[in-house]
Design a protein around this ligand. Sequence first.
Ligand code: MLT
Length: 202
Amino acid sequence: MKHLFKKGTNPSKPTLLLLHGTGGTETDLLPLAEMVDAEASVLSVRGNIVENGMPRYFKRLAEGVFDIENLKEETKNLADFIDEASKKYGFDRDNVVAIGYSNGANIAGSLLFRYQDVLKGAILHHPMVPLRGLELPDLSQVPVFIGAGENDPICAPQESKDLKQLLEEAGSSVDIDWGQHGHSLTQKEVLAAAQWYAENFA
Ligand code: MLT
């Protein structure tokens, strides 16, 4: 997958897996990584799918209606890619924390829903429930931060509440930060995520 890797200054820190929103690229979330943990290594991946010229991580049939088969396939591709990248760049495969926004948060959620130990934790900005009716792996060691919008027209508040509940039922401890700026990713939300990260991973 097209990506960039930036080696951190402190090898004991997690590697931050950056996953952009629809229409983004692997450089979009670099400022977030800097705010969350400036010492961490960064693996930032561009989505494999192109929709009307816009990169994303999996196909959709309509706004908010996912192509479940393709989501499954691309979730596996991303999981395999993280494994390969850890060998190529020499980072600790068991210490990867995702930071995803929108479509990137949705594929991060799909990784958590499908694979045991794929992530050490996740910051999900404006996610949806990636898939319903799946039995989740044990997530008792995987804390999750959700940034959600009370008036988000793309990811309805109920999606965030349902996602929190499903992750908690799998054992995860989940914190939600609510904002009032629709689907936008605000500095307040990123600072809340950075604080959550400091409490869980510093
Ligand atoms: C998705 O397709 O993942 C969601 O609708 C968010 C987005 O618009 O990318």
